[in-house]
Design a protein around this ligand. Structure first.
Ligand code: ZN
Length: 695
């Protein structure tokens, strides 16, 4: 739910934060077959002995031991807040997408409808000169609409319109599976309306946070000035924005509280919800949004909506207009508005908050924009060119092997009762494996893309997505739908769908390769498959049953044992100081940490089975390493990442994933099997004195 820009509410969990998170201006090989060609860049390997630093003791710091060579070869690029192996592949995929887009952008009568759309969308985005020349003209009708708001009784219709074009003002409405009945798509009303990354940015009282809020006010003020306001007025208006957002933030759940689905489960219906909102006509809003006027809805955060209601009653209308104006500018301050807006937005969100030194080149941002807005049209072309069908089969085989390992592992758990084991296995056997790309591609035929209208294209693309999302309410659930686009270097588990999803863009070196042995592939991509599967059984996922309903299938005793074991990991990660004065949040990162540890363990078990079946000689070295050592090194090498201190701070405060160094070392410290492979003994740093273990 925290990653997908197009869908405001999702409860799925990714293997890593969305690449370049915080960098966007806006808060989002082997065997050939057919036309497909190998997509690997030369030099990207899953297990790469040339990256190992043999001067480091593997029992002291395995991350440094496995990655120092990569760090030396890969200085942090100025346009990145962090750069790791995920970014390495992300950048390669982006180059491939660029080739597709540049070709599609050449006007021709033989272009397919999708080629016209992705090509012209890219061309319109790339034409910075035309965008600059138009200035505010393309967004003027929207600014005028806001300026025409005279009373709060007109707000619902205006807000519905702004939401439809992707403006995150006050709250969001989207479709989502009912927590109680996952086969039913209902309306979800979600807290929103913040311009800073999340609620605690408004409430923290340390010096750095206070400074960041001042810098945020300066950004808002600057944007108002660029939009034509006199300086003094702009400064005053920026304070108004901060005051309104602070009120909304204080009424919102923390990101840690949001991780518990019970905290977000407040079913009601349109009529009852309307009664709560005494100063905001929900009937007017749903009519303008073309959402169902009756039926079940989820009020995700009742305290937030109570405060929103109060705020509408006691805030002067000119302040509401100011707030909306900011969110409109903020939503389009990327490639759709003149570069001056784009640059200010980058300066705050990427440079100040995350440490990037240089804005990414326009082609990179435009490629990402087409991927975001027309992801399955671009993805279809990408898959045809770069994803051989054999990769799908190989990944499926590995996924099945790891599911089998989990089945066996559940049998052997000494802390879980037989009754809960039966339920856990039922859930495991019901997991749906989705690999590469959708079976049925999204139809963009009703979306109009015009070659010389960058902002208009962006607006129509968002309206298309919003309408597509709301149209799902009341319809059967589409289990074949994807939340990530095919070229994405990431993966996710969705607890309400009970499925795992591995996009094509991820299934290549340095994470997976048909040219590598099983030890490397299981240590790397295998651990990710295990990670996603384990999400179905982490502190959040375990609350959903085999069908994706929020229904407790645990005995009280087993639940208590799970919580006790999980608490060991909460403490373990709470103790880590990521940057001076900022510790990791053990509760926020618990789901990911459970998935990392459980996932690697499952990959290990599956690989051992495979090695045994193949009568693999465990003593024979290749490149100087035994098969089990290659397994652990491949695991560690996927996480080689350089991160700027600003980004590390943002990540420690708000990312449910621990920084990559801990995703390597802390996880391995808990596994005696790792220690055995490298003959590490207490009191070595890589051997935890009190290892944690859940799955
Ligand atoms: Zn994850």
């Amino acid at each position: 739910m925290f990653y997908c820009a197009v869908s405001p509410f999702r409860f799925s969990v990714a293997v890593t934060a969305v690449l370049a998170a915080g960098l966007a201006s806006i808060p989002a090989l082997c065997q050939n077959a057919g036309a497909a060609v190998p997509s690997s860049a030369p030099g990207l390997r899953v297990f790469d002995p040339s990256l190992i630093d043999t001067t480091v003791d593997p029992c002291n710091n395995f991350y440094r031991y496995s990655c120092n060579g990569w760090f030396k070869r890969n200085p942090l690029p100025a346009d990145q807040a962090s750069y790791g192996r995920f970014t390495e592949l992300h950048e390669l995929n982006r180059l491939h997408l660029r080739q597709i887009l540049e070709q599609a952008a050449v006007p021709s009568s033989t272009r397919s409808a999708n080629e016209q759309k992705i090509g012209d969308e890219y061309a319109s985005c790339m034409d910075a000169e035309a965008v600059n020349k138009l200035g505010l003209a393309p967004i003027k009708p929207e600014l005028d609409r806001i300026a025409a708001l005279q009373s709060s009784s007109e707000l619902p219709a205006l807000l519905a319109h702004l939401h439809s074009i992707g403006v995150n003002a006050f709250f969001s409405l989207g479709s989502n599976q009912d927590f109680a009945d996952s086969s039913n798509m209902i309306s979800f009303y979600n807290a929103g309306g913040l311009g800073l990354p999340e609620r605690d940015y408004y409430t923290r009282t340390d010096a750095k946070s206070i400074e960041q809020r001042q810098q945020y006010v300066a950004l808002v003020s600057k944007m108002f000035t660029l939009a034509g306001e006199p300086g003094a007025q702009a400064a005053k208006d920026a304070e108004t924005v901060l005051a309104i957002e602070t009120r909304l933030a204080k009424a919102s759940l923390t990101i840690t509280e949001q991780r518990d689905p019970q905290n977000l489960n407040h079913p009601t219906d349109v009529a009852a919800f309307e009664k709560e909102l005494t100063h905001f006509s929900l009937a007017d809003y749903v009519a303008a949004a073309h959402a169902p006027a009756a039926g079940k809805v989820n009020d995700s955060e009742p305290s937030f909506f109570a405060e929103f209601n109060a705020l509408i009653a006691d805030t002067p209308i000119e302040q509401i207009r100011t707030y909306l104006r900011w969110h409109l500018l903020h939503a389009y301050a990327g490639t759709g508005l003149p570069e001056s807006f784009d640059h200010e937005s980058w300066n705050f969100y990427s440079h100040i908050l995350n440490g990037a030194e240089k804005q990414q080149e326009r082609w990179k941002r435009c490629t990402s924009r087409v991927d975001r807005e027309l992801g399955e049209a671009l993805g279809q072309a990408y898959v045809a060119k770069y994803f051989p069908p054999a990769e799908k089969q190989r990944t499926l085989e590995m996924t099945l092997a790891i599911e089998q390992a989990m089945d066996k592992d559940i049998d052997g758990l000494n802390w879980m009762s037989a009754a809960t084991k039966v339920k856990a296995k039922e859930k495991l056997h019901a997991v749906m494996n989705k690999i590469g790309y959708p079976d049925k591609w999204r139809d963009y035929s009703t979306l109009e893309i015009v070659r010389d209208d960058s902002l208009g294209n962006e607006m129509r693309a968002r309206a298309f997505e919003s309408a597509r999302d709301l149209a799902k309410i009341g319809k059967p659930v589409d289990k074949g739908e994807w939340e990530m686009t095919p070229p994405t270097v990431n993966a996710y588990y969705d607890p309400q769908m009970n499925n795992v999803n591995f996009p094509a863009g991820y299934l290549q070196p340095p994470f997976f390769s048909g040219l590598e042995g099983d030890a490397a592939n299981y240590g790397d991509m295998g651990s990710t498959i295990g990670h996603e599967l384990t999400h179905g059984f982490d502190d959040e996922g375990r609350q959903f049953d085999r069908d994706g309903n929020l229904r407790n299938w645990w005995t009280k005793k087993d639940e208590k044992k799970f919580t006790e074991r999980a608490e060991c990991m909460v403490k373990q990660y709470d103790a880590i100081e990521a940057v001076p004065g900022v510790h990791l949040n053990g509760k926020l990162t618990l789901g990911e940490n459970l998935a990392d540890l459980g996932g690697l363990w499952l990959a290990w078990l599956a690989w051992l089975d495979k090695a045994e079946a193949a009568h693999l000689d465990m003593a024979t070295k290749m490149d100087g390493y035994t098969p089990d050592q290659r397994f652990w090194i491949a695991y560690a090498q996927q996480w080689c990442t350089q991160t700027r201190p600003e980004q590390l701070r943002s990540q420690a405060q708000g990312d449910p994933h621990a920084p990559d160094e801990y995703r390597t070392n802390t996880v391995l410290q808990d596994l005696p099997e790792f220690a055995k492979s490298f003959s590490c003994r207490k009191p070595a740093a890589m051997v935890s004195p009190k290892p944690c273990r859940v799955w």
